[in-house]
Design a protein around this ligand. Structure first.
Ligand SMILES: Cc1cc2nc3c(=O)[nH]c(=O)nc-3n(C[C@H](O)[C@H](O)[C@H](O)COP(=O)(O)OP(=O)(O)OC[C@H]3O[C@@H](n4cnc5c(N)ncnc54)[C@H](O)[C@@H]3O)c2cc1C
Length: 304
């Protein structure tokens, strides 16, 4: 079995990256996970998903920004996106990465951009999810989130069940009443900070999910794992939660039948919709989650 770290390393190999980005053979798989490269296409996809009963979180792709102009541009793009959502009346919030807003360039620069985005969202009655990134950034992201949250309760953040530290972070966030999205975690992490085996990650997800359903404010359970989803449904029912008091969140293009089934059963279901030109790092994480995606690509590569 290929490890996540290995797939992510292969994905960074320049000839492989070039081939993926430009070969017509990989287009289908890319289009499955990425809604499009521009805002108009993303809005079209959002309208279609809304019509099928889904809520949407739009992610303008980009991360690990290395130049201040790029960070400023990303913030502007998110402001335009929020305005477009308001003008068109689609049902969508946004999901952002703080390294895209310049976290690696400095806390203060990132804070200023984040505040502009949060303020616009608050004025337009919208909501901002702050994605979680690699373990190097967890403190920076949580600190910024905690600093902003009292003034911008129209925001929530993400916790990853693969990190050993997450039970403590969960308690800290539950204490302030913030909305929390629970995920397993998508980055290559050293065993000093994260469980290396899937079984432990899943076990911790289950424990954290129960706690989140018990204590969380509109908790978001973000997984495609049918066993965990089944358990969430049962546990929420046991707690007496109504279906609109919590949310399932899934990624665009992943487990599409499951997505439809959740809506048909009356569960509040949000689809995370990524768009933009900087799609490669997001796409490579989707490859790393499921070796079958990579095998599909490699088969085509060697068939050339
Ligand atoms: C809405 C949402 C937001 C997220 N935000 C973040 C974030 O901020 N930070 C972060 O680190 N991670 C984030 N993730 C990713 C997450 O950490 C996992 O990497 C991802 O969801 C895969 O794990 P899983 O829970 O679906 O379980 P798994 O056990 O990995 O998968 C369960 C089943 O789902 C299907 N599946 C899962 N992934 C794929 C795929 N790529 N292609 C095809 N089928 C697949 C397969 O059928 C698989 O058997 C997010 C996930 C979701 C759904």
């Amino acid at each position: 079995m290929l490890s996540r770290a290995l797939v992510l390393r292969v994905a960074e190999w320049p000839p492989f990256k070039r081939w993926i980005m430009h070969s017509p053979m990989t287009r289908g798989l890319i289009n499955r996970f990425i809604a499009g490269e521009d805002l108009d296409t993303a809005m079209e996809v959002t309208r279609r998903l809304n019509a099928q009963g889904f809520l949407v979180a739009l992610d303008y792709l980009g991360e690990a920004t290395t130049r201040p102009e790029e960070a400023a541009n990303a913030a502007r793009q998110y402001i335009t996106l929020l305005e477009r959502i308001a003008d068109t009346g689609v049902q969508a919030c946004i999901s952002i990465k703080l390294t895209q807003l310049g976290l690696e360039l400095g806390y203060e620069l990132c804070r200023q951009h984040l505040e502009c985005v949060l303020k616009t969202a608050r004025n337009l009655n919208n909501f901002v999810w702050i994605d979680m990134e690699s373990s190097r950034h967890v403190d920076g992201i949580l600190n910024l989130f905690m600093e902003m949250y009292p003034r911008y309760p129209n925001s929530g953040t993400v916790l990853q069940s693969y990190l050993y530290r997450t039970p403590n972070d969960l308690e800290r966030l539950l204490e302030v009443g913030a909305r929390i999205r629970l995920v397993k975690g998508a980055y290559a992490e050293p065993r000093e900070v994260a469980y290396p085996d899937k079984r432990s990650v899943d076990r911790q997800f289950k424990v954290l999910m129960e706690r989140l359903l018990e204590r969380g404010h509109e908790p978001a359970i973000a997984t495609h794992d049918v066993r965990l989803i089944q358990h969430a449904k049962q546990y929420a029912a046991q707690l007496g939660l109504r279906k609109e008091q919590f949310e399932f969140q899934l990624l665009y293009g992943v487990s599409r039948e499951l997505q439809k089934q959740l809506v048909a059963e009356g569960y509040r279901t949000l689809i995370y919709v990524p768009y933009g030109e900087q799609w490669y790092p997001y796409f490579s994480r989707r490859l790393a989650e499921r070796p079958a995606n990579l095998y599909f690509i490699l088969r085509n590569l060697f068939r050339k």
